[in-house]
Design a protein around this ligand. Sequence first.
Ligand SMILES: Cc1cc2nc3c(=O)[nH]c(=O)nc-3n(C[C@H](O)[C@H](O)[C@H](O)COP(=O)(O)OP(=O)(O)OC[C@H]3O[C@@H](n4cnc5c(N)ncnc54)[C@H](O)[C@@H]3O)c2cc1C
Length: 518
Amino acid sequence: MDRNTMLQQLQDVSEWDIIIIGGGATGLGSAVDAASRGYKTLLVEQADFAKGTSSRSTKLVHGGVRYLAQGNIKLVREALRERGLLLKNAPHVCHNLSFIIPSFHWWQKWYYGIGLKLYDVMAGKLSLGKTKILSKETIQQLLPAIATQNLSGGVLYHDGQFDDSRLAINLAQTAVEQGAVVINYCKLTSLTKTDKRISGVVVQDVLSNKEYTLRSKAVINATGVFTDYVMRMDDPKHHAIVSPSQGVHIVVDQHFFPGEQAMMIPKTDDGRVLFAVPWHNKIVLGTTDTPISHISLEPTALKEEIDFIIKHTNRYLSTGVEYKDIKAVYAGLRPLIKIKGKKTTSLLPRDHTTIISNSGLVTITGGKWTTYRTMAKTAIDNAAFACKLTKQPCVTAELNIHGHKINMDYADTLNMYGSDAEKIKQLIIDQPALAEKIHKSLPYTKAEVVWAVQEEMAMTVEDVLARRTRALFIDAGAAIEAAPLVANLMAAILQKNYDWQQQQVTAFSAVANNYLLQ
Ligand SMILES: Cc1cc2nc3c(=O)[nH]c(=O)nc-3n(C[C@H](O)[C@H](O)[C@H](O)COP(=O)(O)OP(=O)(O)OC[C@H]3O[C@@H](n4cnc5c(N)ncnc54)[C@H](O)[C@@H]3O)c2cc1C
């Protein structure tokens, strides 16, 4: 993917069938869906792809055990089907993971065991493996760090795990392969109308400040927690529909939670679930559910959220996580849909919502990463209907996502690139110096920086360290130290001067400080 080529194509098209605003899971999924149906498709993202909520998840492709307990059978069934399709269509970034629910009362393992057997049945032939009820001894073997007081056994079940921003980049690549144009750092500034119907958009290239007025038959608002801003561009009297809820994760070294399995604690003090998930040789712990009024692309974790995660983790693990052990902390905002009378965000549903305005703006929001494909299908079906596009069937259930590769070698650190891993290895064969790591505590090589710039439209140091590699999320301190080297490598390819490098390092450090405990 090359941004200059995309900008050129932007000017070559006189009218688009569909313009999608927002380059998170929902927007990128919609771009794949629209382009693969043959629609002339453009996606614009104001920052980088997955800069918003879509790089800040718990990294689970799941049916949602919690939603099963809440009786939301429709959502669980849909998510289980989507989980199965994602593991089939993007096996290089999504895989099967065993989860253990430890039980501390004799009845718990039977209660959760029966519920999870139902979860297996609902997954049907897309089930990832059978739920098992396990003895205390087996739980201790599988979770060596588990606190043993009152431990009476547990339940093992299967769900999916993924790398969220890597999947987002792969969706952008898939959309382009299907004929779409996707542009990061390109912001919607206003909607244009003809006879009170939306007929296009005005967007600004944030890197050059150049403005473009574009015509389109349909416009889709897939802006997550920014949904209401775009709806207000359409109708200044619009009442907010999104209730943003913040979720925080902390990341620690693997020795705090050794073993291959993840752990799920089904009920925290505020009635949520807490996960400990192995990810890129670290452990992700979280999450929280805090109603928030200020929307930002870089939300900040609250001290009480971090305390909450540490307190609950230490209730179940004997290894004792402390503030000093935290390698990174990240916060994300859920775009939940408001419901009259419900003030607690953890009680708001996780289903998605589609709204077509009087002027034809199609808004899609809510939902989960796991269900991005069905959300995209709904958005495009609605856009085609409302804006009178020639009807075309959705083909994404059977569409491989860029990088698709089976028989993965998980010991290979480049496995997350799937079929592209061989091309990155070829870069190293051509230039052996690119085999060098960017930092002694990070698994990433210089070759991956070059790859991110040349092939994955990384424009800033942050794009490389936060979303092409996951350095910022697994070790924020090491990521800050690696920034000058990354800026230097990028400058050589993008033909930028020393001032640009300095400015990039400063900008990245400012963002990355938010991922460190102050
Ligand atoms: C803490 C947390 C944990 C989660 N864990 C999971 C999980 O494990 N599994 C799961 O399935 N789901 C999970 N989710 C839910 C999932 O992450 C979200 O549902 C999903 O990422 C939302 O994607 P989106 O595309 O709708 O929004 P976003 O990812 O926020 O994308 C919207 C994009 O629109 C862009 N935008 C806004 N305004 C403009 C404009 N004017 N012009 C151009 N672009 C604009 C933004 O920059 C942003 O990138 C989690 C969510 C949170 C918060």
